[in-house]
Design a binder for this molecule. Sequence first.
Ligand code: FCB
Length: 467
Amino acid sequence: MTRHLFPDGFIWGAATSAQQIEGGRHEGGRGESIWDRFAASPGKIADGSNPDVACDHYHRWRKDIGLMSGLGLDAYRFSIAWPRILPAGDGAPSEAGLDFYDALVDGLLEAGIRPFPTLYHWDLPQALQDRGGWGARDTARIFADYAAVVARRLGDRIDQWVTHNEPWCIATLGHEEGHHAPGHLDPAEGLRVAHHLLLSHGWATGVLRDTAPGAKVGIVQNHCPAYPATDSAADRDAARWFDGFFNRWYLDPLFRGAYPGDAIADRIAAGHLDGPDLPFVREGDLEVIAAPIDFLGFNYYSRVVMKAGPEGRPEAVRMAPPEELTDMEWEVYPEGLHESLVQVARDYAPRKIYITENGAAYDDPPDAEGRIADARRIAYLRDHLLAAHRAIADGVPLAGYYAWSLLDNFEWGFGYEKKFGLYAVDRETRQRTPKDSAHWYRDVVSANGVDASPSPQTQGESRAYDH
Ligand code: FCB
C-alpha cells in the first residue's frame, strides 16, 4: 500500500462554526442572529429544528478541545458569533461574549492547537438586519469595527484570521434564492450584498493588520468547478456562466481588482443590473478589496455539470448515479478538487491556500455495539486528500486541510439531519461518539499522510479511543 506523505509542517485541522455548534442562545447576553430569526419562521428549516442548543458547545467546549487533542489536530477552525460580541451589532461589546472566546483560545493554546477564527460565518446580528443588513453599505463599516473589537481582545494570541466564510452563500442563498437567512428573493440586492461583503473583508483586513501586527489574514471562498454536460458550444457557455456567477464573481475582485466582464454581461442580460456601471461600487472600493491577502481559504465539496436549458438558460444536470451522491445530493468528485486547486493557483496566484472545509454528509447509525462504521465518509476524505496531494505535487501552495466537520451539527436549512461530523452528537444527551472516520483521521494526522487503500472498509476497524 502506498502512503502519500504531505509536506513537513502541513497543518491538519477540523472546522466548525458558531451558529452550528454553540447553542447558548441567550447566555452571556448574546443577541439574536438572523439565523435565530430565520429558524423561528415556520417552514424554513427542513426538520423544524433550531440552533438554540445545537451541540451545546457553549458549555462543552473544554471536552470538545479534548476531542481535538485525541485526533492530534494542529489547528482548529471555528467562528466567532458577532451577536455574542456585540448583541446589538455595534455599540457596547459584551464582556461575557469576549470572555467566552478568550477562554476557548487559551484552552486551545494550552492543548497545543492553533486557533483559526472566522469573524463572519453567517450569523449577522438581527439588529443590523433591521437596519438593512448586508444590503446596506454601513454594515461593511460596522463589520470592520467588530473586527477591531475582537482583535483588540484576542490579537495577542491569534496569528491567523479569516474575515468571511463563503460570500456566495450569503449573497445568493440568503438574498437571491431565499434558502438561507435572511430569506430574501432579490438578485439586485444579492449583488449589492456581495460587494459589501468583499468591501468589509478589505476594510477588516486593514483593521486586523493594524490591531494585531504580523497576523495573517485571508478569506474563505467556496469553490465549485463547472463542467459542460457535452462539448457543445452552448453547454460550454453554460459552464462558463456558472463559473462567473459562483467562483469568479469573488476571486476576480479579490485578486484582480475587477468584477468579471462576462459575468457582468450575464447579470445585465438577466435584468439584475441596468448596465455595466455597478451602482454599488464607489471609487476606491476595488483597491480596498484587492489588498493582498496572506492566504486563500478554499472550501470544496463537489462540482456542477451544466447544460444549456430551454431558451439557452443554463441549468445544472445530474450525471452521477445515486451511489455517487452524498446525503446532500452532492456528487462525490475528488478530481474536481485537484483541478480547481491547480486552476486557482494558476489564474490567481494566491500566496498560500488552506483547504478550510471538505467533508461529506452520510447518516450511518451505530451498530449493536455502538460503533459507527462510516466507510463512505472515510472513502470521501481519503480520495479528496489524495486529490489535494496531487495538487501539491503539481506545485499548488497548499499548506493545510480542515475536515468539515468535527461534530454533527445544525446544517442550516437542513437542520440536524445532514451529518458531516467525525463525531456523532446524540440529539437528546449531546454525547459525542467517534465515528470510524475519527479514528481514521487521527491516523492520517499522526502519519502526516494518507494510504491509498483499495477498499475503504479495510480502514474501518474499531479501536479503543481515549477522550
Ligand atoms: C459550507 C458551510 C458550512 C457547512 C458546509 C456543509 O457551505 O460553510 O457551514 O454548512 O457547507
